[in-house]
Design a protein around this ligand. Structure first.
Ligand code: SF4
Ligand code: SF4
Length: 201
């Protein structure tokens, strides 16, 4: 379970003087979607499985994107807690590519070296890519082991919090100790897709 996210009430009020409409336009172009079509109907947040762990939620991020409030969007926990499931886009009446917006904001966050408040989550993303680069697909047990190593500084509670659940899943055959691996050609193709640059940032 993720730790409780920082709630909106604890954030500074949004400063409209920081509005950067060129940034808003760039998000729309890169995500290939019309941000101005957003109705703020909140259907995306209603369908999002991670909404209760986010500060703004997808509809809030859409508002920040439309207004070009870059700093606010890049420091939000929402962009890192999004798991890219595309449920939001499936329920959006305007068919907005919200997951694409999240992708772009995460990339910008790393490119501009904005401090990611939720560091264990960033390390989880890194551990996932590390596993995919090794096998061409993720190995869940290896992924969790690597994630724990990357977050050693989080303390003993964080190291063992998944141990009971993990053991149960192994016993039920839901987790496999040995990673399954694509054939060599497949692995090299996946490695070309998953560039190492992001891991080194
Ligand atoms: S579901 Fe679509 S239109 Fe509604 S708030 Fe979300 S992005 Fe905007
Ligand atoms: S893609 Fe992200 S924002 Fe959209 S529903 Fe899934 S977790 Fe929520």
């Amino acid at each position: 379970m993720y730790p409780e996210t920082k709630k909106l009430s604890s954030r500074e009020p949004v400063n409209m003087n920081e509005s950067d409409l060129a940034f808003a336009q760039k998000i729309g172009e890169v995500a290939g979607t019309d941000l101005n079509a957003c109705l703020t109907c909140m259907s995306c947040s209603g369908g999002c499985p991670m909404y209760s762990y986010m500060d703004y939620g997808p509809h809030g991020i859409m508002r920040l994107a439309v207004l070009g409030l870059k700093r606010e969007a890049l420091t939000s926990s929402t962009i890192w807690r999004c798991v890219g499931c595309h449920t939001c886009a499936a329920v959006c009446p305007m068919a907005i590519n919200i997951a694409g917006v999240m992708d772009y904001l995460r990339e910008e966050c790393l490119k501009e070296k904005v401090h990611v408040g939720d560091l264990p989550l960033l390390e989880f993303h890194r551990a996932f890519l590390w596993s995919v680069r090794r096998h061409g697909r993720s190995s869940k047990v290896e992924l969790m082991g690597h994630h724990k190593l990357l977050t050693l500084g989080s303390g003993p509670k964080a190291w063992f919090q998944d141990a009971i659940l993990g053991t149960k899943m192994i016993l039920m055959g839901k987790l496999h100790l040995l990673p399954s691996r694509l054939m060599a050609r497949g692995v090299s193709q996946v490695r070309k897709i998953v560039s190492g640059e992001w891991l080194d940032m």
